[in-house]
Design a protein around this ligand. Structure first.
Ligand SMILES: [Zn+2]
Length: 160
C-alpha cells in the first residue's frame, strides 16, 4: 500500500475563494463527472468523492440546489440524501471493509463545514488506528489510495 501525506490540504482550506464561489455548484455545472469525481447524480442529490479525504473512500452527498441546511431542503431531497447515504454505506462496506464509518453533517463554519452555504453529508470509512499521531497533531491525514483509483472502484456501485 502506498502512503501519501497531504499537507496541502491545510493550505487549500485557508485559500481565499472568489466571492460567491461554491465548489459543489461549480462541479455540477460541468459535464465530465469523472474529472470532478462525481459518482452519481440523482433527481435531488448527488454523490462525490471528497477531494481532500480524511480516509480512503471519504464521500460527500449533497442536494443539487444550493441550500445551507436540512430545513431548506424539500422532503424529497432529504429522503434522497439518506437513501444515497445508505447506498454509500453499502458500497464502502463491500469494497473497502472498514471497521466503522462516520456519517454526518457540519452546519456552518463554526461547526467545521469546509464548504459553507451548501449542505453536504460526509460518509467517512474508519479503520482501527487511523486517527494516528500525524492526523491529530499536524492537521495532516494519511491517504493510502489516490482519488482516480477510489473513483474507479466505487463508480460501479452508483451506476444506474
Ligand atoms: Zn452551492
Amino acid at each position: 500500500m502506498d502512503i501519501l501525506f497531504s499537507p496541502w490540504r491545510y493550505g487549500y482550506m485557508h485559500e481565499p475563494k472568489p466571492e460567491g464561489f461554491c465548489a459543489l455548484c461549480h462541479i455540477q455545472s460541468q459535464t465530465r463527472d469523472e474529472n470532478n469525481f462525481i459518482l452519481h447524480r440523482g433527481q435531488n442529490a448527488a454523490v462525490v468523492l471528497n477531494l481532500y479525504p480524511y480516509t480512503t473512500g471519504h464521500l460527500m452527498i449533497f442536494p443539487l440546489r444550493h441550500l445551507a441546511d436540512l430545513n431548506s431542503c424539500s422532503a424529497a431531497a432529504r429522503t434522497e440524501i439518506i437513501e444515497l447515504a445508505s447506498r454509500a454505506e453499502a458500497a464502502l462496506q463491500s469494497e473497502y471493509h472498514p471497521d466503522g464509518m462516520n456519517v454526518g453533517i457540519n452546519l456552518g463554519r463554526a461547526a467545521g463545514a469546509g464548504i459553507v452555504g451548501h449542505l453536504h453529508l460526509h460518509v467517512v470509512p474508519r479503520w482501527q488506528g487511523d486517527a494516528n499521531f500525524v492526523s491529530v497533531i499536524g492537521e495532516t491525514r494519511v491517504i493510502p489510495e489516490d482519488l482516480v483509483r477510489t473513483y474507479a472502484r466505487l463508480r460501479p456501485y452508483f451506476n444506474s
